[in-house]
Ligand binder design. Structure first.
Ligand SMILES: [Zn+2]
Length: 265
């Protein structure tokens, strides 16, 4: 039995001690966890599972409030790419849900618990499956490394000492904060940026996933450059405002792609 720290209140002291002694209770101690793949410690008061719990109602709301499309021109492309990327990222495609939302926004997101949302706007400018794989790999990496869990751990919800269970039960009272840590903004459809470090990590592992899935990772560079060019031509695409495509980022991407092409990662 996996026992989450936020629910300890429902157990008696004796039950907890007995559980710990038999090894059936694992208290996830709040604090820093070293992630070998990332090569750094993460401040995590919440597990992936707890974040999934918080994300599930946000996802339900999104599907109710945004316009989900079943247009095969969009859905078929997503169905072709998603299982390959999810599998390459170590996930089970049958456990993930993928939806396309009808909106001109140039954006996409993924939520803990395996939810991927793309807007028709961004799919319209994606010339090939590699471009979809670029963004999907990036978003799945955010989920895999529990970036929103880190954001949660730094948020007012965590500093107020609220457990995930308390927050989930209280529901709407914390809706804005929950959406915030999930990167969705206070109102649905508004996507918030992750930190620069998170973006660099998502880029790095995103291209690895896409390469492992059999896509040409060099297309990731083409895609980001195209997005940057679109920015200089007019209003900035939303995906760029949440994913600032500065020189450092492109340089790291080039390095990663070169390593992949040389078979060194
Ligand atoms: Zn990102």
């Amino acid at each position: 039995m996996k026992f989450e720290a936020g629910r300890t209140v429902t157990m008696s002291r004796r039950e907890i001690i007995r559980g710990l002694a038999t090894g059936s209770v694992v208290v996830i101690a709040p604090g820093c966890a070293y992630n070998e793949q990332l090569g750094r410690s993460q401040l995590l008061f919440v597990s992936q599972g707890q974040m999934a719990q918080l994300a599930s109602s946000a996802w339900t709301d999104l599907k109710r409030q945004e316009r989900v499309t079943n247009d095969p021109r969009y859905v078929n492309r997503m169905r072709r790419v998603a299982p390959r990327i999810i599998q390459a990222a170590g996930g089970d495609p049958s456990q993930w849900e993928v939806q396309v939302f009808q909106s001109d926004q140039l954006n996409a997101f993924a939520l803990p618990g395996g939810k991927i949302g793309f807007y028709t706007g961004i799919l319209d400018i994606m010339e090939n499956d590699e471009h979809i794989a670029t963004v999907m790999g990036h978003e799945v990496a955010h989920v895999n490394f529990n970036h929103s869990g880190e954001r949660y751990s730094q948020s007012s919800l965590a500093t107020a000492g609220l457990s995930v269970a308390q927050v989930a039960v209280s529901g709407s009272q914390y809706q804005n904060q929950i959406m915030g840590v999930l990167g969705m903004g206070a109102s649905l459809g508004v996507i918030l940026p992750f930190s620069r470090r998170h973006e660099l990590e998502a880029d790095k592992f995103g291209v690895r996933y896409m390469s492992r899935a059999g896509y040409n990772p060099a297309e990731a560079i083409t895609f980001w450059e195209k997005m940057a060019a679109a920015k200089s031509g007019g209003g900035p695409p939303e995906f760029l405002s949440t994913h600032p495509s500065d020189a450092t980022r492109i340089a790291q991407l080039r390095r990663e792609v070169a390593l992949l092409q040389q078979g060194r990662v």
